[in-house]
Design a protein around this ligand. Structure first.
Ligand SMILES: Cc1ncc(COP(=O)(O)O)c(C=O)c1O
Length: 418
């Protein structure tokens, strides 16, 4: 099928959930995607933070080939070696004790919410005073299923599907006073992304994170960190909460976990895990042998090639480059992020749209989030030369757009004077 045929067929056959860019990708290698005509695109989005090892990585290909010959699915009614081996790695890098495997980020988040509610129930049984309320954060994004969407801030994601899950209140981002005012023994958990992803690559402040930890500890409520976008090395540490020296009670991971295959995990402490017994929660596909084998290969590859050090080094180089661009272009309002989870916020949504389109025409892929934010989530294997090419392109595009709008302004002034 050609691009036009695929587009026409999708328009007729699929639920209209996506506004796709008109490119038909058929392959990829390293940090590049390839379209139907063989054109290469420098990919700084990596399937929204998924393809951490880029495309056609030999470690992933090998794991898929070997495991698919052995066993792809067996259900959670039986044992296979993958979940224990993967849980061993995930608990070691996260400082957690136990894992539950899902198929996606949103399911990992549902598990986190359900476990937090169940744990509060256990505490009540044990005679503690604790409620069932969740405190989420403004501008948060936790996924599209009902629990996740109920804790996701923006009305456009929630309102068409109301009523959503009750018992959720939102605290203003990084507003410690608001957090303290809304926290009480009614709260069973504070839910936050250490670095908000869809919300525009916004790190929570040390003060806010620490206050959330202190408040939850004071009542037995849980601190739940969503690391679905920031986790597994994207920020240069295995988990973004490691930058803060704060250990949550529950965390969730997904996107890069299985090298592009669907897999998520909810990780928690031994204390919290007391709340769950066989039959309370589960999944048919989650934690299948194939996805687990690939996730083990991904983690081992990141470790053996010291890729986190590379993420930190290239990420710092990239961020410094963006900051240098900000000094040249006042339309860049702010540069944010850690490692290879970076953003440049522009002064208007229109400008951000134009920059995105111009980058696409130069075959560089990024995306726009929170209207004005250019978001960079490249594969961890990105090199400085790719950063240089991207920065050069943004510099030229912004200069061109600035000249254009200066010209339009001059024209308007001249016309006004006529
Ligand atoms: C922080 C965060 N949580 C949850 C999700 C939902 O993950 P998924 O799309 O795999 O369900 C996302 C996806 O973008 C995310 O960024």
């Amino acid at each position: 099928m050609t691009m036009e045929q695929v587009k026409a067929a999708e328009a007729k056959l699929l639920l209209a959930t996506y506004e796709r860019n008109p490119i038909l990708f058929t392959g990829g290698e390293g940090v590049h995607l390839k379209d139907e005509d063989g054109n290469l695109y420098l990919d700084l989005l990596s399937g929204i933070g998924v393809n951490a090892l880029g495309y056609a990585h030999p470690a992933i290909e090998r794991a898929i080939a070997e495991q698919s010959r052995k066993l792809i699915h067996v259900s959670n009614l039986f044992y296979h070696p993958g979940q224990a081996e993967l849980a061993l790695r995930l608990t070691e890098i996260s400082g957690m004790d136990r894992a539950f495997f899902s198929n996606s980020g949103t399911e990992a988040w549902e598990a986190a919410m359900k476990v937090a509610r169940a744990y509060s129930g256990l505490l009540r049984e044990e005679g503690k005073t604790i409620g069932t309320k969740f405190l989420a954060i403004s501008n948060s994004f936790h996924g599209r299923t009902f629990g996740s969407v109920s804790t996701t801030y923006k009305a456009k994601y929630r309102e068409p599907f109301g009523p959503t899950v009750p018992g959720v209140d939102f605290v203003r981002f990084n507003d410690v006073e608001d957090l303290r005012a809304k926290f009480s023994s009614d709260v069973c958990a504070i839910l936050l992304e250490p670095i908000q992803g869809e919300g525009g690559i916004r790190p929570v402040s040390q003060e806010f994170f620490a206050a959330a930890r202190e408040l939850t500890q004071s009542t037995g409520a849980l601190l739940v960190a969503d690391e679905i976008q920031s986790g597994l090395g994207r920020t240069g540490k295995w988990f973004a909460y490691r930058h803060y020296g704060i250990q949550p009670d529950i965390t969730t991971v997904a996107k890069p976990l299985a090298g592009g295959l669907p897999l998520g995990a909810m990780l928690c402490t031994e204390e919290v895990a007391r709340a769950i017994h066989p039959g309370m929660h589960g999944t048919t596909f989650g934690g299948g042998p194939l996805a687990c084998a690939v996730a083990i290969a991904v983690i081992d590859e990141i470790k053996s090639t010291r890729l986190l050090d590379h993420v930190t080094a290239v990420g710092t180089y990239f961020k410094d480059g963006l900051l240098a661009l900000q000094a040249e272009h006042p339309s860049i309002v702010e540069v944010r992020g850690e490692g290879l989870m970076l953003a440049a916020q522009l002064d208007s949504a229109e400008l951000a749209k134009s920059v995105l389109a111009a980058l696409l025409s130069r075959r560089i892929l990024i995306n726009r989030t929170d209207e004005t934010v250019l978001r960079f989530l490249p594969p961890f294997i990105l090199e400085r030369e790719h950063v240089d090419a991207t920065l050069r392109a943004i510099d030229e595009i912004l200069a061109g757009l600035e000249a254009e709008s200066a010209g339009q302004l001059q024209e308007a002034v001249l016309q006004g004077g006529r």
